[in-house]
Design a protein around this ligand. Structure first.
Ligand SMILES: C[S@@+](CC[C@H](N)C(=O)[O-])C[C@H]1O[C@@H](n2cnc3c(N)ncnc32)[C@H](O)[C@@H]1O
Length: 266
């Protein structure tokens, strides 16, 4: 029997700590892999072990792989991926523009955003590359380790962008209560999209398989709205209802995604 934890705390712990083994690319990374396995309390995969599920591959970047047949392959944190993309990661796109408009970034104003559901840090990278300061919060220790590693080892052309990003590992429900000088809270919880025909991208497929949909994101929205910030932005599937059926002040709708903007002080 658990003591002192709210109901559902054990389920949540199980959800954010999925089974995964740590593996290393070659002998150069064996010590780093052993350290990380100890830190995350995960087993080290035995050399030559057959494919068995999720593996965190330790190499120049940390790569999460699902090595079962038919799986979407490996994913890395956005900052690590951008290192291989040259300047392509900066390219304007409709989704990028919609996100920046939603958080209120404009000429002469680059808000400090708390990305309370950081995931792989893809949205955080878009905002930081545009000049915003971004505080990322991630409660899954595995993903937080991938983000932390990417922040600690940015490619030279990404150092300035990485310097605008920081990471807090923990539950945003608790960490949001002391946001400090924050302008925007950004939420992108994992959601089910019933009836969706197109498969999500491989990053989202892997994250969904790893963590599943967030059973109840409503308390996170309530906590964000209770903070003293000018705006809260929620990313949704274009056709999904507003989170917790709370009508936003306005929305910015893209091809597959919608950003619902709440202005709590109005
Ligand atoms: C859909 S993913 C976010 C993807 C992210 N926007 C990106 O661009 O990579 C949702 C993430 O939010 C995290 N998350 C959900 N609830 C959280 C909470 N209460 N505190 C911190 N992280 C949370 C999940 O672990 C997951 O990694």
């Amino acid at each position: 029997m658990e003591h002192g934890n709210p109901p559902g705390a054990a389920d949540r712990e199980e959800r954010i700590r999925p089974a995964c083994a740590v593996w290393h690319r070659n002998a150069d990374f064996a010590t780093a892999a052993a350290d990380l396995a100890a830190q995350l309390q995960l087993p080290l995969a035995a050399p030559g072990a057959p494919p068995a599920g999720y593996r965190l591959l330790v190499g120049p970047a940390l790569m999460l792989q699902d090595d079962r047949p038919g799986s979407p392959g490996g994913i890395v944190a956005a900052l690590a991926q951008a290192a291989d993309q040259g300047e392509r990661y900066r390219q304007a796109g409709a989704g990028r523009e919609a996100l920046l408009r939603a958080v209120g970034a404009r000429r002469g104003h680059r808000p400090h955003v708390v990305d309370a559901t950081a995931g792989l840090g893809r949205d955080a990278l878009v905002m930081a590359a545009a000049g915003c300061r971004v505080t990322m919060i991630e409660h899954c220790p595995l993903l937080a380790a991938m983000l932390a590693h990417s922040l600690a080892t940015p490619a030279p052309q990404l150092r300035q962008v990485a310097a605008r990003m920081r990471l807090l590992c923990g539950d945003a429900l608790h960490l949001l209560s002391t946001p400090g000088d924050v302008d925007v809270i950004y939420l992108d919880p994992m959601y089910d999209t019933p009836g969706r025909r197109a498969k999500p991208g491989k990053e989202m497929q892997l994250l969904q398989g790893l963590l599943g949909a967030d059973p109840d994101p409503a308390p996170l929205l309530a906590a964000a709205l209770a903070c003293d910030t000018c705006r809260v932005v929620v990313k949704r599937h274009r056709k999904a209802p507003a989170m917790a059926d709370m009508a936003p002040h306005h929305s910015i709708t893209g091809r597959s995604t919608r950003f619902d903007v709440y202005l709590p002080s109005r």
